[in-house]
Design a protein around this ligand. Sequence first.
Ligand SMILES: Nc1ncnc2c1ncn2[C@@H]1O[C@H](COP(=O)(O)OP(=O)(O)OP(=O)(O)O)[C@@H](O)[C@H]1O
Ligand SMILES: [Mg+2]
Length: 401
Amino acid sequence: MTEGTGAPPRLDADRLLDDPRTRIIVCCGSGGVGKTTTAAALGLRAAERGRHVVVLTVDPARRLAQSMGLSSLDNTPRPVPLPDAPGGGALHAMMLDMKRTFDEIVEAHADPDRAEQILANPFYQSLSSSFAGTQEYMAMEKLGQLRRTDQWDLIVVDTPPSRSALDFLDAPQRLSRFLDGRLIKLLTAPTRASGRAYLKVVNAGFGVFTGIVTKIIGAQVLRDVQTFVAAFDTMFGGFRERAEDTYRLLQTPGTAFVVVATPEPDALREASYFVERLSEDRMPLAGLILNRVHRSPAARLSAARSLAAAEALLPAGAENAQSAGANGGGVPLAEGTKYPLAVAALRLHAERMQLIAAERRLAQRFTAAHPGVPVARVTAQPEDVHDLAALRVIGEALSHD
Ligand SMILES: Nc1ncnc2c1ncn2[C@@H]1O[C@H](COP(=O)(O)OP(=O)(O)OP(=O)(O)O)[C@@H](O)[C@H]1O
Ligand SMILES: [Mg+2]
């Protein structure tokens, strides 16, 4: 089989996992491509190869969470029993609880009275549970916390289900831009400015503005925002500093980003953007994981030959009678042949081979744009991946393509 001269280098997951210098692996990618699955599979494999690992998952499918012993969000790493892990090898897993993580930051950085005031504030409550980007920011915050405890020699991080993989990297800035932004400044002008400065602000017309805003969003909400930001102001520096620290941590050689994508145009386009962004930000990329790749056990039988064989089994004149069939679309049932199953199987095979060819072209396009990026392929499994045995199969595929 000709792979062409432009075959990418292979991403060797075992080498990455076995290297003691690898301290953090971040699994990124667009929505639904297999980030959580990959993070869990890499963590499990690393633990079973002797490393002391924690996996930080975000929103795992329920059955996958259960298989790792996680029944509810509790924001604490729990041990996953692994009887076959060699000495020193251990796996802990946790699910990110973004609200709890936010609350803990407030509790750790404000005095108890002020913390209570913030936590009870309705504006804080909606910010901490629903602001776009909070989940990404909190994943990064949690990563920083886990790293500071120095309890694990490898941290594998899953990233939140966002449309764009870039959201993870943009979140800290977005959150601080929001808290620092013009809207918040305007809304909180009366509490920030005092005395003559306040009078000036009022004279400049902000009183009128606040009045209008009060009418629109309600006096209570405005007061909530104002007290929240006033109380939060003291913690501001800390927030930003920690986000910057974690961002810098992501730039160190101990970190490895793996970009996960399915062999589909949108997912690979996102992966391309992400790879470019990592290089702009000087963040270390380990490679691309091409997940849910299709294969065929009879790859030597081409689509064209398979279709020709199917036609040969049809009665003369029926070659073009490919009506949609009565089987609800997909491969049409062959009519008038003595070998309907064989014809259907050959046509299915041809479809599969065409899909494989299309996936290969997309992968080649990615590699042509990013020739140095190592790639590992993981075959699409017949079922969802929701137990340790299935995760082991993925881990194996990542290491021995
Ligand atoms: N190689 C594979 N073969 C078959 N199914 C897979 C494979 N990889 C992942 N899946 C399944 O695809 C679904 C999505 O995977 P996963 O939850 O890991 O994606 P994700 O990128 O984390 O999604 P989200 O962006 O929603 O967080 C899951 O049901 C998972 O079991
Ligand atoms: Mg996920």
